[in-house]
Design a protein around this ligand. Structure first.
Ligand code: ZN
Ligand code: FE
Length: 256
C-alpha cells in the first residue's frame, strides 16, 4: 500500500480543501469550494488532478468543481444528491471509493445531520468528514435531527482512536471557547484550547485531530459523559444522555 499524504489548501476565510496524494503525480481533492487555490497548489507541486471527492452539496464545498472539471480529466465522486451536478458516480453507506491512479481506496459512511445526504470518506487511517465533525465541535443541523446527528457522531466515534480527522473548517478556536463553557474542568480540553490558541496566534492549522482526542474534548462526541449531561441538564432538566443532550448542546452552541 502506498503512503497517503494529505495537505491542506486553505480557501475562503476558514475552509480547508484537502489534497490527497500517494507519492506519484496524480492527486485527489476533497470538497473544492474554490478552484483557484487548488490550481495554485497543483502548479506549485507539479500534480495532476485525477479525482474530486465531495462530502455534501454546500457551495463552500462544491463551488470549484465545474471549473476544475473543465480543466482536468478528473472523476467526481460524492453522495446520492440531485443538488450536486456532474458527478461520475454516487456512493452510499458501506461502498468503496476506489482511486486506482493513487492506489488508494476509501469506505463511505453516511453521516446525515448537517445535510440529509452528507457522507464521509474513511481509509488509510484518515477520515474526511466535511462539516459533520469538527475539531471540538460539529456542523449545524441544517437538514437533520439531533437523533440523526447523534447516530452520525456514534458512527464516527467507533472508528479507530488513531484515525486522523480532516474536517473542512478551521473552527477549532471558537469551538474551544464553547466547549470550555460546557466542560470548564476538562483537563484535556483546557490543554487542547491552549495549544489551539498558540497555533492560531501564529497562523498555524489546528488539524488534523484524531478520533481519540475528539472523544476526550469534543462535547458533541461526549453527550453521554456525566459532565456534559450535567451541563445540558442545567439548561434543560429533562435532557437525557445521548441525542437529547446532544440536541440541547447543539441549540446552546447555535446561540452562543
Ligand atoms: Zn456545509
Ligand atoms: Fe462548510
Amino acid at each position: 500500500m502506498p503512503e497517503i499524504t494529505v495537505t491542506a489548501i486553505p480557501a475562503f476565510t476558514d475552509n480547508y480543501i484537502w489534497l490527497v496524494s500517494s507519492g506519484g503525480k496524480q492527486c485527489a481533492v476533497v470538497d473544492p469550494g474554490d478552484a483557484a487555490p487548488v490550481e495554485a497548489m497543483l502548479r506549485r507541486h507539479g500534480l495532476e488532478l485525477s479525482y474530486i471527492l465531495l462530502t455534501h452539496h454546500h457551495p463552500d464545498h462544491t463551488g470549484g468543481v465545474a471549473t476544475l472539471a473543465a480543466a482536468h480529466d478528473a472523476k467526481i465522486y460524492g453522495p446520492h444528491d440531485p443538488r450536486i451536478a456532474g458527478q461520475d458516480q454516487s456512493f452510499a453507506e458501506g461502498e468503496t471509493v476506489r482511486l486506482p491512479l493513487l492506489e488508494l481506496e476509501f469506505s463511505v459512511l453516511e453521516v446525515p445531520g448537517h445535510t440529509s445526504s452528507h457522507i464521509a470518506f474513511f481509509g488509510h487511517g484518515c477520515l474526511f468528514c466535511g462539516d459533520t465533525l469538527f475539531s471540538v465541535g460539529c456542523g449545524r443541523l441544517f437538514e437533520g435531527t439531533p437523533e440523526q446527528m447523534q447516530a452520525s457522531m456514534d458512527k464516527l466515534a467507533s472508528l479507530p482512536a488513531d484515525t486522523q480527522v480532516f474536517c473542512a473548517h478551521e473552527y477549532t478556536l471558537s469551538n474551544c471557547d464553547f466547549a470550555l463553557t460546557v466542560e470548564p474542568d476538562n483537563k484535556r480540553l483546557i490543554r487542547r484550547a491552549s495549544e489551539v490558541e498558540a497555533a492560531r496566534a501564529t497562523g498555524r492549522i489546528t488539524l488534523p485531530s484524531t478520533i481519540g482526542e475528539e472523544l476526550e474534548v469534543n462535547p458533541f462526541f461526549r453527550s453521554r459523559q456525566p459532565s456534559v449531561v450535567a451541563a445540558a441538564q442545567r439548561r434543560q432538566p429533562d435532557a437525557e444522555p445521548g441525542a437529547s443532550v446532544f440536541g440541547v448542546i447543539r441549540a446552546w452552541k447555535d446561540s452562543f
